[in-house]
Design a protein around this ligand. Structure first.
Ligand code: SF4
Length: 287
């Protein structure tokens, strides 16, 4: 019988594996060097600066009233950097003009285009403003979303809502959707055939909304859309261009729930998005 790890060590290993999973790393291999066996992750992980300010859920800036459009944030937007490693999966897909989200939802129907339909309760098409300037794209529905048919409604969704409100917006101001619209079993990452079947609907949604900015939440969404094998830590927070839209990838709210210090990085990313959209930075409250 193999010897069990002490409970504390086992917990640490589980936490670390979840951390890797949030960065899109699901495969590990062993390096049998002369010094013994070492578990090696296939790509480097960015460290989080201990000096960065930590934004806790409780200290996220309070939502402000909708900012006046004339006042542009003092932070200059960073230069546009085209960074993906290769052509996007969707580069060859032409734009369909004058489609509405309703048309696209009707076309999706009671979809059975991939095997994910077998385990779903509800299709999670997307939610929000059909003319939003800002679109958030996640990986796929979880249990809460599958039950309600709405994206980002669980704990991670609550945190995303707080992040949106910290930007001075409300959920109804933005649009939120996922790469795949049915819940993968046991919350695994969507498989390539599932992404291939479902993602044309995501593209049509984005083309219909025509946002100024797209924010990819988490490694899977970012790597799928950009068709890159790079770890999200290598391009998180950078401006990219995708099908004529400015796109930024940042960490998934579920990852932030497990790693609160990373909220500081995400808040920096969202401030860049606010500057791009001409939103005012929240005023610091007087202590
Ligand atoms: S994930 Fe997308 S393509 Fe697959 S069954 Fe659901 S809606 Fe259809």
């Amino acid at each position: 019988m193999p010897e069990r790890f002490p409970a504390s060590l086992q917990q640490k290993i589980e936490d670390r594996l979840r951390y890797y999973e949030d960065l899109g790393i699901r495969l590990f291999y062993t390096d049998r060097g002369p010094g013994g066996t070492t578990i090696v992750a296939p790509e480097p992980i960015a460290s989080v600066s201990s000096s960065a300010p930590i934004i806790e859920e409780t200290v996220l800036p309070k939502p402000t009233t909708k900012p006046a459009p004339a006042k542009v944030a003092p932070v200059a937007p960073p230069p546009l950097v085209v960074h993906p490693t290769g052509p996007s999966l969707f580069e060859t897909m032409g734009k369909v003009k004058d489609e509405t989200l309703l048309n696209i939802r009707e076309d999706l129907g009671d979809c059975t285009r991939c095997k994910l339909h077998k385990g779903r309760n509800k299709i999670v098409f997307g939610d929000g403003n059909p003319k939003a300037e800002l679109v958030f794209v996640g990986e796929g529905p979880g249990a809460d979303e599958d039950a309600q048919g709405l994206p980002f409604v669980g704990r991670a969704g609550k945190l995303l809502t707080q992040m949106i409100e910290a930007m001075g917006l409300q959920r109804k101001d933005v649009y939120i959707c996922n790469v795949v619209k049915c819940r993968p079993p046991e919350n695994r990452a969507p498989e390539p055939d599932e992404v291939t079947a479902c993602s044309p609907f995501l593209i049509r949604q984005i083309d219909s909304i025509h946002p100024k900015v797209i924010v990819c939440l988490g490694a899977t969404a970012a790597k799928t859309i950009l068709n890159t094998t790079r770890g999200i830590s290598q391009f998180r927070g950078e401006w990219l261009e995708w099908r004529g839209h400015k796109l930024m990838a940042t960490y998934h709210p579920a990852y932030l729930l497990r790693n609160p210090p990373a909220k500081a990085d995400v808040w920096k990313d969202l401030q860049k998005v606010m500057a791009e959209l001409g939103l005012q930075l929240p005023k610091k409250s007087k202590s």
